[in-house]
Design a protein around this ligand. Structure first.
Ligand SMILES: N[C@@H](CCC(=O)N[C@@H](CS)C(=O)NCC(=O)O)C(=O)O
Length: 225
């Protein structure tokens, strides 16, 4: 655990280990060995609220005082800040292929908001975070079914969601799926959704996400209430 000393300005990523949207930024900092202090918001609540009154993570404060929030913007900044053209184009798409670059943004946005919110609303009652309501679950499952099919269709023609190279869209989508794979998608679900399950396993064990997922375990059966 690092000590928090705000006298000397350093690059900061505010995070919290219970949250999903902070996983990709933390992994990017680890993978690219970026010069950032990673600060749990519980360890610096006043400074965090002062820096980011909207109080969401991930959020970044740079050593020149610049502030960045929203997962997509944070990820984009962290990757581009490396200056590594090849890896930037690989993860974010090259501006020579506008449609692919746009698809990467589109899938990242969809997965980091709609997919994550619906999946979280389905899983949270099972992990004691909200109360269970049958209608909510039925609605969430209906929406999720459409989302699974949408993503599976992409995986019928390519190894990853926007082609045969892993991109930030895969990283964001796989982390958004974490709660599902950790608690609800037992062996039977994974057999029925082989494309998604294989893709998820490839992405979480990629060099980008391995840091967070190296000890990840799948459940045999879904969690019950
Ligand atoms: N649209 C924002 C959502 C950020 C967000 O809601 N983050 C959650 C953690 S995954 C959070 O900070 N929740 C705390 C809160 O809303 O009070 C993004 O994509 O980064």
């Amino acid at each position: 655990m690092i000590s928090v000393n705000f006298q000397f300005q350093r690059n900061i990523l505010y995070t919290h280990d219970i949250y999903i949207r902070t996983i990709v930024p933390e992994c990017l900092i680890e993978y690219f060995k970026l010069d950032f202090d990673i600060i749990e918001i519980d360890n610096a609540p006043e400074q965090f609220c002062k820096d980011f009154p909207i109080r969401t993570v991930p959020s970044v404060k740079l050593n020149d005082g610049s502030k960045i929030f929203e997962q997509i913007a944070v990820n984009d900044y962290l990757v581009r800040s490396t200056g590594k053209e090849v890896e930037i184009n690989k993860l974010l798409g090259s501006s020579d292929d506008l449609i692919r670059q746009t698809n990467i943004k589109s899938i990242s946005s969809f997965s980091g908001s709609d997919l994550l919110n619906v999946l979280a609303s389905y899983v949270k009652p099972y992990i004691g975070m909200t109360s269970y309501e049958k209608t909510n679950e039925e609605n969430a499952l209906k929406k999720l079914d459409v989302m699974y099919k949408f993503l599976e269709e992409k995986l019928t023609t390519a190894k990853y969601l926007t082609g045969n190279e892993i991109t930030i869209a895969d990283l964001v989508t796989a982390t958004s799926f974490k709660l599902g794979f950790a608690f609800m998608y037992g062996k039977e679900w994974r057999e029925e959704h082989k494309l998604l399950a294989t893709w998820f396993d490839n992405v979480i064990h990629s060099k980008y996400l391995e840091f967070h997922f190296k000890d990840f375990k799948y459940p045999e059966v879904p969690k019950t209430l």
